[in-house]
Design a binder for this molecule. Structure first.
Ligand code: KIV
Ligand code: ZN
Length: 525
């Protein structure tokens, strides 16, 4: 029987912690549900003590997501551990994940604690966490730059105090694969525990070595790997879990391990995170990038036609890349539409189904073939609307071209009043549209991010726009999908403004902070 490798997903904590990746509770919940469908073993739902929003989001995931272990991060303080334990209370399988740094530089410069104090704190706080009756994971932040014998001492103390999982973060992505291998072999040999423990790796990608380091850790005997989908995370990010899952799956001849991952859910999970964060992966990203399965050169295409395996080590279907086949057409009915959405894992209420179906019919008039990705984009767009949105877009026109100042006219209904028409010019057609909307509703949205992506290939492809808009320290994400990119752009902007106005799906920025600084959270004791 081959060994099982456990996947610990921290997209919602380490991933979300990266500047500009903040998500609402609702978005985190959607991602957690998809992670459960993907088959990850552990979901790190957040850092409960960091804000009431994070607490509520951990609590909702603990209450409603079944299957994976649900964990929350806590520094080695009673306050953090109490917050994590309380948020995790409803979970069927809770785990408290507690952390303190162990490298000389972190202890001296950041924590301003002596090594003996760190050891004492670990002993007391791991025991405090274990006394809740929940499983405890202990992480030694900056472990890979820590003195090995001190690290061994800290881990031995943590295990004696009740930690079942010992995690070795390469916090600054500094280690090489050979060092990683040796470090784990050393720890496995020297750490003493009164009970069986799981060794875990947690690699950041500052030198582009996170995947190689994770595989080296697995070869050294680690059975839990921590990472994120699309590799999102602080600075250069965390290891991309889809890469580990596919490396293990594709190279079973080298890595003889089992996982609980349903690899056919990888692409959809990646897309969901791109949609929610508004950050697209680069086209050449391994496993989930748009070009990962594209064969452009004549020699490669010739080989592929003769035998796929000449140039393809993974089949697109293995990671759930939808086949380029007609899914639904102009004449498909509501039942087939609903059925297809259910197959894709979407449960829409009646009002959402009505709106999405109307959009589907409209799209079917403009686009010959409708794929699963198109349906996902429409649903992503429609689901963000509330029962009553304060702004309704009635129409828009844009005038743009070379040597012309782009101008736009929009007609909107705001708060149920009579329709109002306004025009504005801007740096480009999108800017003109957004300024015209602002003018029509006497509001000023500050556009933080604008991202556009083609959902499928082809000239009639649906364009999907994701924007992040800020107003008075509050940030909302809006999505819009249409075969007309200007329509997608204005839909996304209006969706974000509707959220800002109703407070639905809004993330708060503390006073006087910009989007980068407000996400920085210290791990000091
Ligand atoms: O990178 C890191 O050190 C972490 C810990 C909090 C586990 O994310
Ligand atoms: Zn990390």
């Amino acid at each position: 029987m081959s060994k099982r490798i456990y996947f610990f997903d921290t997209t919602l904590r380490d991933g979300e912690q990266a500047p500009g990746f903040s998500m609402t509770s609702d978005e985190k919940f959607q991602i957690a549900q998809q992670l459960a469908r993907l088959g990850v073993d552990v979901i790190e739902a957040g850092f409960a003590a960091s804000s009431p929003g994070d607490f509520a989001s951990v609590q909702q995931i603990a209450r409603e997501v079944r299957g994976p272990v649900i964990t929350a991060l806590a520094r080695v303080t009673k306050g953090d551990i109490d917050a994590a334990a309380s948020a995790l209370q409803p979970a069927a399988r809770p785990r408290i994940h507690t952390v303190i740094a162990t490298s000389a530089i972190h202890m001296e410069k950041k924590l301003r604690m002596k090594p003996e104090e760190v050891v004492r704190r670990v002993q007391e706080m791991v025991a405090y966490a274990a006394a809740t009756g929940m499983e405890v994971e202990f992480s030694a932040e900056d472990a890979t730059r820590s003195d090995w014998s001190f690290l061994t001492q800290v881990f031995t103390v943590a295990a004696a105090a009740g930690a079942r999982v010992l995690n070795v973060p390469d916090t600054v992505g500094y280690t090489t694969p050979t060092e990683m291998f040796r470090l784990f072999r050393y720890l496995e040999e020297h750490v003493v525990s009164p009970h069986p423990i799981t060794f875990s790796c947690h690699n950041h990608d500052d030198l582009g070595l996170a995947t190689a380091n994770t595989l080296a850790a697995i070869e050294a005997g680690v059975t839990q790997v921590e990472g994120t989908i699309n590799g999102i995370g602080e600075r250069a990010g965390n290891v991309a879990l889809e890469e580990i899952a596919m490396a293990l799956g594709t190279r079973g001849d080298v890595y003889n391990y089992q996982t609980g991952i349903d690899t056919r859910e990888l692409y959809r999970t990646s897309r969901l995170i791109q949609q929610i964060t508004g950050v697209a992966v680069q086209p050449n990203k391994a496993i989930v990038g748009a070009n990962a399965f594209a064969h452009e050169s004549g020699i490669h295409q010739d080989g592929m036609l003769k035998e796929r395996k000449t140039y393809e080590i993974i089949q697109p279907e293995d990671v759930g890349v939808p086949r380029s086949a007609l899914v639904l057409g102009k004449h498909s009915g509501r039942a087939a539409f609903r059925d297809r959405l259910a197959h894709l894992g979407y449960q829409l209420n009646d009002a959402e189904t009505d709106r999405a179906f109307a959009r589907f019919k409209d799209l079917a008039d403009r686009k010959k073939t409708i794929m699963d990705e198109d349906l996902e984009a429409i649903v992503g767009d429609e689901r963000q609307h509330g029962a009553v949105d304060p702004i309704q877009l009635l129409s828009f026109q844009v005038f743009s071209g070379s040597n012309t100042l782009p101008t736009a006219t929009v007609q909107v209904v705001h708060n149920g009043q009579a329709p109002r028409q306004e025009a504005a010019s801007g740096d480009g057609p999108v800017d003109a549209l957004y300024q015209a909307v602002d003018r029509a509703i006497s509001f000023k949205g500050n556009l933080l991010r604008y991202q556009i992506q083609a959902v499928t290939g082809g000239q009639d492809a649906l364009g999907e726009v994701v924007v992040r808009v800020e107003s008075e320290g509050r940030v909302a994400t809006g999505r819009g999908a249409s075969t007309d990119v200007l329509e997608a752009s204005i839909r996304a902007y209006v969706a974000a403004l509707n959220k800002l106005m109703t407070g639905r799906g809004v993330v708060m920025m503390p006073d006087g902070q910009d989007e980068t600084s407000w996400m920085l959270r210290a791990f000091g004791g």
